[in-house]
Unconditional design. Structure first.
Length: 262
């Protein structure tokens, strides 16, 4: 797939898509053109049945994303104020409806909007040099694109508040210690580690994986009992698919399953 902007690169390898933020000259900072290109890439992941998993990373070795492009913001202040009046549009939200797993491969700074983007992904693999933080208060801003609400839902509240209120950065190792990151690997092994994790996921039924992700996300706002007795749409799809019987059959026949696909 060729995207409409070179701000984001997109490649597909069998059932795996790799999306790369491509503004290394500004540490892959986010502006509206990059956001639009990223949305286009994620729509392809969401809508293309041949894609089962996506990896999201950044060009270069300095940053996954340094957050909002403050220079662009300053130079386009009127545009920013006008955009702030519009309904908020957040990619990788439940409303966006991408139930395929997205792995963030964090190759450097993931701060501000970069951290918000990373925590919107399902899993995070981090290079040893990676750093994480929400520096918005130090710029007179607030992490309002998911940071102040998303971070306390992923790590203990007091630890989240410390990051939110101080604007301090933490290392990849510390991020792993507090449960923000799944794996920390050598810098030169980052993409390989993310691919390895993606491969593990792709050994599973894509319909089962998507049903599970949807149940986790939509069920998180319900009580345990309500979530247990709610039949989400992708679980219903799974039960009516060939995968639902192929898995047990393959196990009993001691062979690898042949999944129906997404």
């Amino acid at each position: 797939m060729k995207l409409s902007s070179d701000d984001v690169l997109f490649t597909e390898e069998r059932h795996l898509a790799i999306i790369t933020l491509n503004r290394p000259e500004v540490m892959n900072s986010m502006n509206p053109p990059l956001h639009d290109a990223l949305r286009e890439a994620l729509e392809e992941v969401r809508d293309n049945d041949s894609i089962w998993v996506a990896i999201l990373t950044g060009t270069g070795d300095r940053a996954f994303s340094a957050g909002a492009d403050l220079k662009w913001r300053f130079e386009n202040e009127d545009t920013i104020r006008e955009m702030a009046k519009r309904p908020r549009e957040k990619i990788l939200s439940s409303e966006f409806g991408c139930w395929k797993p997205v792995i963030a491969a964090v190759n450097g700074y993931a701060v501000g909007g970069g951290l918000e983007l990373a925590i919107a992904c399902d899993l995070i693999v981090a290079a040893e040099r990676a750093q994480f933080g929400l520096p918005e208060p130090r710029r007179g801003l607030m992490a309002d694109a998911g940071g102040v609400h998303g971070l306390p839902r992923q790590i203990p509240s007091k630890l989240a508040m410390e990051l939110i209120l101080t604007g301090r950065f933490i290392t990849a190792q510390r991020a792993a210690e507090i449960g923000l990151v799944n794996r920390v690997v050598r810098n030169d092994e980052l993409l390989a580690a993310a691919r390895e994790l993606a491969t593990e996921i792709m050994e599973c039924s894509p319909k089962a994986v998507q049903a599970a992700k949807q149940a986790v996300v939509l069920g998180s706002g319900l009580t345990f009992e309500d979530a247990m007795f709610t039949e989400f749409s992708l679980f219903d799809r799974l039960k009516n698919s060939a995968d639902f019987t192929e898995g047990p059959r393959a196990f009993s026949e001691k062979r690898a399953p042949k999944w129906e696909g997404a």
